[in-house]
Design a protein around this ligand. Structure first.
Ligand SMILES: CC(C)(COP(=O)(O)OP(=O)(O)OC[C@H]1O[C@@H](n2cnc3c(N)ncnc32)[C@H](O)[C@@H]1OP(=O)(O)O)[C@@H](O)C(=O)NCCC(=O)NCCS
Length: 186
């Protein structure tokens, strides 16, 4: 079985004095992105291969935030083939060094302002009932767009997770008002 040495990014802290830049992820970001996810509370840690695939195939609908050489923020998202008007946000993570400074909102806006999202009118995501920060972040997105949030069960604890994971509730936000985006390009 392949094992990995603990990456330096898990021990070293980014310098908060450096400004934060946004850009689409590349395949080389897969490993640092995986490390950021592993440090984040509430997020499921998937395989490195999974993040390599996401950074490669969904780079136009995902974003990384960098502070110098370090990745301090990430949004992975995609447009489901059957729902061309919807951006499905899979994971959002912000390093503790950069939290509560509007970075998550800035990253979501950057993706929604990208060419790949021209037809997008709704954002969907899933959240557990106890993730207050995530719920606040998507409530803030709805407020900025002056639209509502519909909530329903997407993946149920018993039916889908074999009782091993809390129920994931789908939040459907929209219709978005594109002019409220700040137009930040990745
Ligand atoms: C959720 C998370 C991505 C938010 O990132 P962030 O950059 O700190 O968020 P922002 O600064 O853009 O804040 C967005 C909104 O959420 C609110 N918020 C952020 N963190 C919060 C917290 N811990 N508790 C309550 N509200 C919070 C902010 O006040 C803001 O609301 P406002 O626009 O009404 O002022 C970050 O806390 C994180 O990485 N958490 C761990 C992983 C996770 O839970 N990801 C989401 C599930 S995919």
């Amino acid at each position: 079985m392949t094992t990995f040495q603990e990456a330096p990014a898990l021990q070293e802290r980014p310098d908060p004095r450096q400004s934060i830049q946004l850009r689409p992820p590349t395949s080389e970001d897969g490993a640092p992105v995986h490390n950021l996810i592993r440090k984040s509370a509430f997020l499921d840690d998937n395989s490195l291969y999974c993040y390599l695939a996401i950074c490669t195939h969904f780079s136009q609908t995902s974003v990384v935030a960098t502070m110098g050489e370090d990745i301090v923020g990430l949004v992975t998202a995609y447009i489901p083939p059957e729902q061309p008007d919807t951006l499905f946000v899979w994971q959002v993570a912000v390093d503790t060094v950069a939290q509560k400074q509007g970075l998550a909102g800035r990253m979501l806006n950057a993706i929604l302002a990208a060419d790949a999202c021209k037809a997008v009118k709704f954002v969907e995501t899933t959240v557990t009932s106890d993730n207050a920060a995530s719920r606040a972040m998507f409530a803030s997105l709805a407020r900025r767009n002056d639209c509502g949030i519909d909530e329903s069960v997407m993946f149920d604890r018993q039916t889908h997770f074999l009782n091993l994971h809390d129920t994931e509730y789908k939040l459907r936000i929209g219709p978005l008002s594109k002019d409220t985006l700040d137009g930040e390009q990745k």
